[in-house]
Design a protein around this ligand. Sequence first.
Ligand SMILES: [Fe+2]
Length: 287
Amino acid sequence: MITDGPDSPMCGKATVRTHPTEEAIGLIWVFIGDREPHPLSDQLPEELVDPPAFAVGGRIQDRGGDWRLYAENGFDEDHAKYLHRTSYWRIFKMRPTWNKVHIERHGRWIYRIEDERHWEADFPGLGHWSNDRWWKIKPKQQRGKLLGNTGGSKKSDPYIEGQGFAGFASLSLPGVLRIAYPQFIHYEFYVPIEAGRTKYVGVMVQFKSGLQRAGFYLKYLGGIRWLFHGNFSSQDHWMVENTDAPPERLYRPDISLIEWRRLVEEGNPFDPAVPVEVNAADETEER
Ligand SMILES: [Fe+2]
């Protein structure tokens, strides 16, 4: 009708349904629902509501696989050690051999928190296991709380460090993953399309301005987009799309999956039908 002009006889005779939208971190957010939408700022990760200057890169893709499995995969530590061992993004970074973790609840987020990190280990009857290779960068932090899972950094971004995240990996409903690295935060938003199909929104945000901001876009478009949001992320896509469970057999590190499933069973905290106590932002509980 636009191309037919404002006096088109079609005007007023054809309509499409519209949805409320808001803009944040360079993305348009659409509320698909029959009720009054809650403010987007209630649902965004807190550090993105009123952020300092930032740069953003991302990938949006419709993928086969259930949104809950994408969330499980994103929050899980151990799949990365095996699945991503061949990714170009991690080819020069050492990964720990094994970790002990526990999950903590802070408000609407569950955090995966490292209790132990072992870069190498001797397995009785199997031998020595290490991800150390001559071409891999050695971890800068052997022990202690760190951002990211490949050895931390001597200098972290002050805005990211200042958030005081309980752990570098956190997950909240309705399907928001946050992985804090020393120089950027990686988010994944899992939007269900239908059973077995998910709109995957992967976003990398770096809090820089001026020349550093321009430098981010240069690096992002020159390589990171292909390495991280391409090759690396496509491994998760492949695995989730091919996951056929149950039946399943869980092991100790799968505590992160179990706690995520518990969270899902509470229901969407932004849905007014869910009891108010679930929305309590000051709830802190250790499991
Ligand atoms: Fe992954």
